[in-house]
Design a protein around this ligand. Structure first.
Ligand code: ADP
Ligand code: ADP
Length: 224
């Protein structure tokens, strides 16, 4: 079960203009690349999908259930990497993820197993005991993905993960998300088209809060 539906979703910050306006989308498994310039409304939209804020108007449903009425139906199966994700530099990746797993209610040998599994999924198995302060930016972002995978989510929301990464780490990140997609829905926001043009199954383009395009990468190219 992996159906996310947005019906005329809007969001207005207090005293501000509409950061998101009348966005409707029906999504299933695969990678959705969410494109748009800074200020387009991508982060605001993703925070609503991650149930951190409620839409000012419209409706979001997950497998037919309204998020406003039952956010926990989605949270149990949600992984989220926010744009401003930070790590504790003094901890190793294994310690940090162990801490986050405990916060999520996982403990004991099962939790340790899960942490190690998630770290190896993102290619950090060999670096698991190194201090995060010694990690590169790309490695830190992969720790961010690992924490988002702890509960084996069906919906994975990743906000601008490639900012500041070098081309090699960006490519590595693309391959990682492709591996993770499978039966999941992965929503990845970026303003770098090459992050998603080859790996995304669908693209959505936002500007000034509005959805300007939703379709396959091929359809976007044909339209340009
Ligand atoms: P993004 O790169 O997603 O556009 P921003 O730089 O706009 O992120 O926002 C960074 C943080 O500052 C976010 O937590 C956002 O909610 C907040 N923020 C952005 N714009 C404003 C604003 N006009 N007033 C108050 N907070 C803002
Ligand atoms: P994006 O992620 O595409 O860069 P955002 O969702 O961060 O876009 O921002 C969309 C619009 O909402 C921008 O005009 C931004 O300044 C505004 N905004 C974002 N966060 C806040 C906030 N906390 N308070 C007021 N305005 C905000």
């Amino acid at each position: 079960q992996c159906r996310l539906s947005l019906e005329s979703v809007g969001y207005r910050y207090a005293g501000g203009h509409a950061a998101v306006a009348d966005v409707s989308l029906a999504l299933g498994p695969g990678i959705l690349g969410l494109l748009g310039p800074n200020g387009a409304g991508k982060s605001t939209l993703m925070r609503m999908l991650a149930t951190m804020t409620r839409p000012s108007s419209g409706r979001i449903t997950w497998n037919g259930t309204d998020l406003a009425a039952a956010p926990n139906a989605l949270r149990a199966t949600l992984g989220y990497l926010p744009q401003d994700f930070g790590v504790y530099p003094a901890l190793s990746a294994r310690e940090f993820l162990g801490f986050l797993a405990a916060v999520k209610g996982l403990s004991g040998p099962k939790a340790r197993e899960r942490v190690d599994h998630c770290l190896s999924q993102v290619g950090l198995g060999d670096a698991a005991d190194r201090r995060l302060g010694e990690y590169s930016g790309g490695m830190r972002q992969r720790v961010g993905i690992a924490q988002a995978l702890l509960n084996d989510p069906t919906l994975l929301i990743v906000d601008e993960p490639t900012v500041g990464l070098d081309p090699e780490e960006r490519m590595r990140f693309r391959h990682l998300l492709t591996d993770l997609a499978g039966e999941r829905l992965v929503i990845l926001s970026t303003h770098i088209v090459s992050d998603v043009e080859a790996s995304a199954t669908a693209l959505a383009v936002m500007s000034a809060g509005a959805l300007r395009f939703h379709g396959t990468p091929e359809q976007l190219i044909a339209q340009a």
